[in-house]
Ligand binder design. Structure first.
Ligand code: SAM
Length: 291
């Protein structure tokens, strides 16, 4: 059965009496060419272990499995288990875990699935459910240093926000926080017509490569995160007002502080680079308000 076509999907969903669940973002890829492209962009070799989030009916899983040493596919929807057992029957190097990806320890699951005595590096390749894009990305980035990179298909609008540059209206909390953890490449657009059921929005494939853990070694990581969050909650205000609210200090002192750092206090957060935010947060405790 061709599960990468609309007809094939209708056939298999009828056979198992299942239907796509909106709450789990079930929009299945029905374009062979795109499936191939994503698997190729993943740059897999026969030495690679891969984690796939949300295999759905298994179309992408099969492509990944044929290019890698092993793929662990984690799927939340219990009604897809039987289907996946059928569609992945020929992929001897694929393992299936029925679970919520946000509730498992990915690295432990990978070790258990392939009986690895110690953790190896791994890659992630997935067409992820759009409603939990942000928690999935942060989960991946905060899990550990062993993920080489993730190739993710996400909503195009979110991909543009992640990739945005300062001065752009898409630039925001998500942009700065992901840039803090990783390098992001925008790989390609995917039309909404390549899915069944057809979603309301277009998609894009991005590559997220975690930075070397030493890239930003912050003394005051909590302060940096708090400042960035506050800044984009108050995105129409100037940095003068934002810093004054964040540090609880008169504006005159804040102005002097930002001047010393070479940051124009009238700028709005969308015009600050990640380095500007880091500079403000990192120098604050040392300055201790004494300037
Ligand atoms: N990989 C398939 C494809 O490309 O056709 C399906 C992709 S579909 C956009 C997203 C998949 O993620 C669905 O199969 C859905 O059930 C699954 N999913 C949604 N939330 C999940 C979660 N929290 N943990 C694991 N899988 C999840």
């Amino acid at each position: 059965m061709d599960i990468s076509s609309k007809t094939g999907i209708k056939e298999i969903t009828n056979k198992y009496n299942i239907y796509p669940h909106k709450k789990w973002g079930q929009n299945f890829l029905v374009d062979k060419n795109i499936l191939n492209k994503i698997a190729n962009l993943s740059g897999l070799t026969s030495d690679d272990y891969v984690i796939e989030i949300g295999p759905g009916l298994g179309a992408l899983t099969r492509e990944i499995a044929s290019r890698s040493k092993g793929v662990l596919a984690i799927e939340i929807d219990p009604s897809l288990q039987e289907v996946l057992q059928e569609t992945l029957a020929d992929s001897n190097n694929s393992r299936l875990k029925m679970a919520d990806v946000l509730k498992v320890n990915l690295e432990q699951e990978l070790m258990d699935a392939f009986k690895l005595s110690k953790l190896t590096t791994y890659k992630v390749c997935a067409n992820i459910p759009y409603n939990i894009t942000t928690p999935i990305i942060f989960n991946l980035l905060e899990t550990g240093p062993n993920m080489e990179y993730a190739i993710l298909m996400i909503q195009k609008e979110v991909a543009l926000r992640i990739k945005a540059r300062p001065g752009n209206k898409e630039y925001g909390l998500l942009t700065v926080m992901i840039q803090y953890y990783a390098e992001v490449e925008y790989l390609m657009d995917v039309s909404r017509n390549c899915f069944f059921p057809r979603p309301e929005v277009d998609s894009a494939v991005i590559k997220i490569t975690p930075h070397n853990p030493n890239k930003f070694k912050l003394k005051n990581e909590a302060g940096f995160k708090s400042l960035v969050r506050k800044a984009f909650q108050m995105r129409r205000k100037t940095m003068l007002n934002i810093c004054s609210a964040e540090f609880g200090m008169e504006k005159e002192k804040i102005k002097r502080y930002l001047d010393i750092l070479g940051i124009d206090c009238n700028k709005r957060p969308e015009n600050l680079t990640i380095h500007n935010f880091i500079s403000i947060a990192e120098n604050w405790p040392a300055a201790g308000g004494e300037f």
